[in-house]
Design a protein around this ligand. Sequence first.
Ligand SMILES: [Ca+2]
Length: 305
Amino acid sequence: MMYINKMSKLVFLIAFIMLLTLYACTVSQRGEVITKQEAMVNFAVDFSACPAQATSPCNAIIASDVFKTNPSKLMAGKELTVEAWVKIHSTSTGAIFGRMDSAGIYLLVESGKPKVVVRRAVKPTGTVDLIVSSPYSLLPDTWTHLAGVLSFPSTATSTLDLYVDGQSEANVSAAVASTLYTEPGTTYMRAGAYAEGDDITGVPKSSALDGVVDEARLWGVARTQAEIQACMGEELGLNSGTCGRMTDDLIGYFRFNQASGHSVREWSGLGWGVVDYMDKNSSKTPPVEMWDTGWTAGAPILVTD
Ligand SMILES: [Ca+2]
């Protein structure tokens, strides 16, 4: 009887050890799978999650002298495209993405309606802004792709187009030879706010974006509607094709896939690829008021690499 009891205990012990081993393997495998899934997940930044957003617009910022030193990063004299995915939570007013002080280009939302501004666009005086507003109201909590394109169809005309989900929404033309007249003096590129230059009519710097931004790109060329449509649904890949990031035409590119911390990587392939920071709407250098609470699910696009 005692022998049987000992055998039972031994069998029970062996079974228990086997179960423990199996459980450990499962956890290990599960953990590995989760890690791989997380690496493939697309993230974005919800600026309304910034603790200071109620009193001062928060933003994702990159600052670099490369804007002044690398010819491919210069903006003056070029046709331009600015694009991003946005998901607003309310009919708010705020800045989405761009680079600008007294000159530059920005994507904005004014009372829930998309808007694109090119500041100091017109030669020879360089004092006229091109502004395109849209009567279209963004749907709350719905991802929408926005693109603003400054093109230069002839030496005597210029056009600023606004595309919503790849469709032409509104445009304005200037009957002059128009381009960005001067180079922005700032070394900042921002998403979620703008801090340099004068207030833009309808979208003051103090307005905080109540929404999410993803896949923000600034190009030194006028992207065609076909190119916008072809590449809005995927990340820019490691190639020099239409939807590739290995081109001098790409001035800046944010994916917002970090998912933790307060770093934001810049992805333009022939650029810098450096990491910079999310901070409050401050012009302090380096940024000193960081935040890391805005990571959320990204836009409905294909993750490339
Ligand atoms: Ca993303």
